[in-house]
Design a binder for this molecule. Sequence first.
Ligand code: NOJ
Ligand code: MG
Length: 533
Amino acid sequence: MSDTAWWQHGTIYQVYPRSFQDSDGDGVGDLKGIRQRLDHLCWLGVDALWISPIYPSPMADFGYDITDYHGVDPIFGRMEDFDHLLADAHGRGLKVILDFVPNHTSDHHPWFMESRSSRHNAKRDWYIWRDPALDGGPPNNWLANFGGSAWEYDPATGQYYYHAFLKEQPDLNWRNPAVREAMYDALRFWLDRGVDGFRVDVLWHLIKDDQFRDNPPNPAWLPGHAGIDRLLQRYSCDRPEIHSVVAEMRAVLDAYSDRVLIGEIYLPIERLVAYYGRDMAGAHLPFNFQLIFAAWNARDIARIVDDYEAALPQGGWPNWVLGNHDQKRIATRVGAAQARVAAMLLLTLRGTPTLYYGDELGLENVPIAPEQVQDPWEKNEPGLGLGRDPARTPMPWDESENAGFTLGKPWLPLNPDHATRNVAALAADPNSILTLCRQLIALRRAYPALHRGRYLPLRTEDDIFAFRRSCGQQRDLLVALNFGQTVKRLALPPDAAGADLLLSTGLDRIRESTGEVLQLRPREGLVLQLMPR
Ligand code: NOJ
Ligand code: MG
């Protein structure tokens, strides 16, 4: 593993801190709670945890609205708790990645309070203030991601400020060098404490059009879709000047050894890969979300993998994501049986996998009654299925009260099946999806072909997607996934005939050897080791 970095050969696990483990009975997960549960991550076999924001915040957007980039919100604990968590994690060989939210602050951040205090304040230009249009309305047609206009009028100073998300999340002006320096200082603060990297929130948003041109309408928008999708975000994000900012951020990390810069970027592939930067001096891992939006069938998935492989620049390391705190759960998107195929896909593809907490249990979206809604997006645009609470519910650990998550009242309801779908029960079940995930992670770690080998497409026919992973002189591995509901036979190419089965998503086929034809049960995935060449 010596010629790859930890963030290349390792598996990343996302922890949504409010929902992982509560240690103090307030119903909200916290840092001490995460620390208590590091055993699970070690047992599962992941290499790094990424923790969604823990900074002081009024929680209008659950921590993505920050008032102090150098602190810890009391709901999550104290700085000392963070240091203990970091030390414990490092002691167990786990890396810790923090969320970094540079695009916007909270409207309660002292910078914004100063900025809005007068047009002449020294921090006025730290945010994006514009005069009203001639008719007194907003300066342009840009929309907020959580509904409505992206411009908020401030009567005290007679201008509008821009917010890509909630009005409680004013966007910083990244064209201002003082803003950049302040944010790089925040990065250094955590790097000096020992964090191993950052997942950077909405990285492609930081720079807006220098002329603030109107966004064009989106012809594909229909009533019932999110308001933000009425327009194409042509001028409000992904502007050419962004890449020099990403390179600056990367340079901050490069002054330390072995740290990772991950970018949250929702863009089509050809634009996404630009975020690796010129000469790979941008993000190490521009998050690749294609599996989240893919139609779940062999042909589409195979095409996505092949196109992505082809689009990667020289030296760009791939990565794959199945779910996160903003998206529907994978088990809900594709169903329980296909969730096992999805886990095998994620953990056998070339490139760093990021696993969302609870997906290793096959956790589904949890129904949230109207009076239980927490997510501001659902509150702003109710009933369209946009709310993110269903995928953010507490981790079910065992059969005790509240599934061992809290001694208080959980901030969101637990999954209704928590008595059976919990870590303890599934860990004891040799056929569970949790056991499968653990074995897949172990396999990925054990076989260089999986964690750093080449990807070679093999065959896509009917419901089957099959590919090879190959590393030096070692025996090739073959992965075959059945996306369909019926038994399938896959004729193997001559040099692949005769292989040893290493793992089935059913966890019930072992020590089999195949001939020239591979038989796959409905919704079954297999990993095989080919004969020596
Ligand atoms: C992306 C984050 O993942 C999401 O949860 C948040 O609401 C927005 N960025 C705004 O920070
Ligand atoms: Mg708590």
